[in-house]
Ligand binder design. Sequence first.
Ligand code: GMT
Length: 377
Amino acid sequence: MRSRLKIGMVCYPSIGGSGIVATELGMLLAAAGHEIHFISYERPVRLKCGENLFFHPVVVNEYALFKYPDYTLPLSVRIMEVCEEHQLDILHVHYAVPHATGALLAKQMLGQKKLPVIVTTLHGTDTNLLGKDPHYRPIIKYSIENSDGVTTVSESLKAQTIETFEVQHPITVIPNFYAPGPITQSREEVRQMLQVRDSEYLLLHMSNIRPGKRVADLLTALARLKNRKQVKLLILAGGDFEPYQADLIRLGIQDRVIVIRDVKEIEDYLNACDLGVYASEAESFGLSILETLAHGKAVVATEVGGIPEVVQDGRTGRLVPAHSPGAIAAAIDQLIEEPQRMQAMGLAAAKEAQARFAPPVIRDQYLAYYRDLLAAR
Ligand code: GMT
């Protein structure tokens, strides 16, 4: 077996946990000497140029003939071309549909030529959203069962996947990872720019703000806080906040909420905040939560999916039931009234993140997994 692996990485290129994990993993593997080929419709946002890193765009042309644009077929052709041209050992796809499906089509087209080992990582919505749609469920099940290796980002997602698709295929859990990048502006500078006073608590929420993130619950919780005059909420939104503007006015919290869109460098904001707040109704892992903890900030988050595998209730944050703005407000108020406890939780959070979710540790778990699959075939 080659010591230097050639790995294809297929992912969504946008701001979003799965794309970020795939990109960071590819960059870590490249830094360790492996040759990494990204395949996507755009260059992944966090992909920095470097040695051993290549990007192969999938070109999708529009045809009046198609009522709905098709991505899976040009994707499978691109995957086939890259596999053939670069003799890939591993094809690591993030999400079963359309990425694993495209990989399986590519494998069929390659026929007798050298085939890569296909590793599918499930990130969540394949199972907890599309898995419930009868028009998608069979193709997701097929894509999982025909991958050479399948991983999930949490034990919870593994259990949910087995239950949803009734799959027999072994599934290995390899969690997500994160280590804080450099701070470019001081906490004071960032707070000044955001017009947050020293005496105020800055809550932070980062997500694509899709309905499942329950941003409206966070806004309601903010309006219900006993200590609301002392608190501001910063939302780093990877989506359109416009639909929530009416809630701000209705709840009278326009002057308490700051929204910034499509932030790529999150570190300065995480450094400037005091507490993370997450109200999701489903979450396989919660990469934003890990990012918050790793910066030494406790979180108030919902006790759903894989979140309890990331946050330890009472030690690194507080877990509350989903769909319960009152419980979120009570947990935030309690931490504000016990600032030393909030700080101690933040310190524990940073230590825990470093010990359990450090990038080199997780990179080595993926490498060992790739090598086991290569040896077994
Ligand atoms: O949360 C989303 O809607 C985006 C989605 C994605 O594609 O990035 O996130 C999923 O993958 C992340 C990375 O593994 C996880 O941290 C998120 O928890 C997961 N989202 C859901 O399960 C809803």
